[in-house]
Design a binder for this molecule. Structure first.
Ligand code: GAL
Length: 418
């Protein structure tokens, strides 16, 4: 049976041998969107490690959670014939750029380091185009988390983290009655889509999630379960404060940290913010899987665009090897809030939330309840994701009924596929 954390000793040896052969040099210009406190700390680890190997790092951060602004900047760079050397990209986006012939592969490094044997198959498949590795994964983020401030919960008389949406609503009502904001949220399309997909998982379960948000099955998209999901999203909208519009996700996390709000529903990059602020899980903040079975997968990875010049080509190979090195995977993920993409990195130094993530991931792989994130570009092409984001945001910011939202969503998805 597949075990996420089993060590395949031969792989580690092969990896070491390859690292020794790489010249510690090269230049990379890295386009990414990691600019919040926790994110910047994590990408700083990558920069430092690359520079320690003698490389030159040119930083190209494009602020904007979820990466939509970064993807727009990337297109402009490619159109102008000057792509960055390395780009934070994910899911079908990797395939889309590879299909256009824009990516170099890192197959030599991947082969010599046996990536196939240290990555979960579900992740390895996403990193490959026509059988060759064109991306190197840095982490596994889980999207379906609820974060909470324990003091706010205590003051409101909420004695446990909610395990169903009904419990969540009851807890949120108590928090509001105690005079605090129940749900810290930032009104940006990708954040709205994040809480939407978490609700879909909780209301419909992983199979429904897959049918509706991955396979885009019309029956699922038009079902009563989708109506019920929008109804719960409407409930959540009611728990958000009036100033949510346009707020960045990390500012929403800060509201929970400060005790202005009780909950945030967000992926575990939020944990990176808590940790960067010196907060301790289980004491200063709580983590719990959002209601429902399953695990919504989001993995960050880097791709290597077609560039010219020995230094840059060398930089791509060195960066790919570095990203997948066990030591780096540990350091980076301790800061980022995620867990290593490699299956053979010990989690001793990781906190209870990370260990929970790992255990739930193993269970989800075994139980076939692992689902890729729609909101975080792991599931569907960007064009389809765009339709989801537009509709969910419109729903969130209007009094559209759940029935109308369901119908409009199904139509929009059909249009995007034509
Ligand atoms: C996600 C990304 C995370 C985190 C988040 C907020 O899409 O995978 O690493 O950065 O956006 O910016």
């Amino acid at each position: 049976m597949y075990r996420f954390n089993r060590i395949i000793a031969a792989t580690a040896l092969a990896g070491t041998a390859w690292c020794g052969a790489v010249q510690a040099q090269g230049t990379v210009e890295v386009l990414h969107w990691w600019t919040s406190g926790g994110e910047a700390k994590a990408v700083g680890e990558l920069k430092n490690a690359f520079e320690e190997r003698g490389g030159e790092w040119i930083d190209s951060p494009i602020a904007g959670g979820g990466g939509d602004a970064a993807m727009t900047a990337l297109r402009a760079r490619v159109v102008s014939g000057k792509p960055p050397t390395a780009v934070q990209l994910k899911g079908p986006g990797i395939q889309e750029w590879a299909e256009q012939g824009a990516l170099n592969d890192v197959e030599t490094v991947a082969g010599e380091e046996n990536w196939d044997q240290v990555l979960p198959p579900a992740l390895a498949g996403i990193m490959k185009y026509e059988g060759d590795y064109v991306a190197a994964p840095v982490n596994i983020h889980r999207v379906d988390w609820i974060w909470a401030n324990p003091d706010v919960l205590e003051e409101a008389g909420v004695d446990a983290m909610p395990t169903t949406w009904a419990e969540f609503n009851a807890a949120a009502d108590k928090v509001e009655a105690a005079g605090k904001i129940a749900l810290a949220h930032g009104g940006q399309p990708w954040q709205d889509a994040t809480i939407f997909e978490v609700v879909v998982l909780g209301v419909g379960g992983p199979e429904f999630f897959r049918d509706a948000l991955v396979d885009l099955d019309q029956e699922a998209l038009t079902s009563d379960t989708m109506v019920a999901s929008f109804e719960q999203l409407r409930k959540l909208r009611g728990y958000v404060d009036p100033n949510f519009s346009g707020r960045d996700w990390n500012l929403a996390t800060a509201m929970v940290m400060r005790g202005d709000a009780a909950f945030q529903i967000m992926g575990d990059w939020a944990k990176g913010e808590f940790l960067a602020a010196g907060k301790v899980p289980g004491e200063d903040f709580l983590c719990a899987a959002a209601p429902g079975d399953g695990f919504v997968l989001n993995s960050d990875s880097f791709t290597f665009f077609k560039v010219s010049g020995e230094e840059r080509l060398q930089g791509q190979q060195v960066l790919a090897s570095l990203i997948m090195s066990p030591g780096f995977q540990e350091t980076f993920n301790l800061a980022k809030g995620s867990i290593p993409a490699r299956t053979d990195v010990a989690l001793d130094k990781f906190d209870m939330c990370a260990k929970r993530s790992h255990d739930d991931l193993v269970a989800a792989i075994e139980g076939d309840t692992l689902v890729p994130s729609m909101a975080h570009e792991m599931a569907v092409p960007r064009s389809v994701r765009g339709e989801f984001l537009d509709l969910v945001t419109e729903f969130f910011n209007s009094d559209m009924s759940a029935e109308d939202a369901t119908q409009s969503l199904a139509e929009a998805v059909t249009r995007a596929q034509q």
